[in-house]
Design a protein around this ligand. Structure first.
Ligand code: FES
Length: 99
């Protein structure tokens, strides 16, 4: 056991490949709220939209700040109020099939 074992990173956000070390370092740099952590590290912006990582990051942040997770400001998610048809996003005339 003379060799030092290389540490494996602990992945917090699998979608954006963010580690526990990344989160703790960002908090130490002053990103001490969930919104700024999301902007810096892109946590919660992957395909799962933070279903797995945001609860973990909230717990990490609470532990680092020595607060209860309930004391932290959690940004509200803002899904679309109603589904929007794709043709709304097309520029005028793009969906015309005139020949
Ligand atoms: S695990 Fe973080 S966005 Fe999916």
């Amino acid at each position: 056991m003379g060799k030092e074992m290389k540490k494996h990173p602990i992945i917090v956000c699998r979608c954006e490949n963010v580690t526990l070390e990344d989160v703790e370092k960002a908090i130490d740099e002053g990103y001490t709220d969930l919104e700024s952590l999301k902007r810096k590290l892109r946590i919660g912006m992957g395909p799962c939209q933070g279903r797995t990582c945001l609860p973990l990051v909230i717990r990490i942040l609470a532990r680092k700040l020595r607060k209860s997770p309930d004391e932290l400001l959690i940004p509200t998610s803002r899904p679309p109020i109603s589904p929007v048809p794709m043709k709304v996003f097309l520029a005028e005339g793009e969906d015309d099939n005139e020949e």
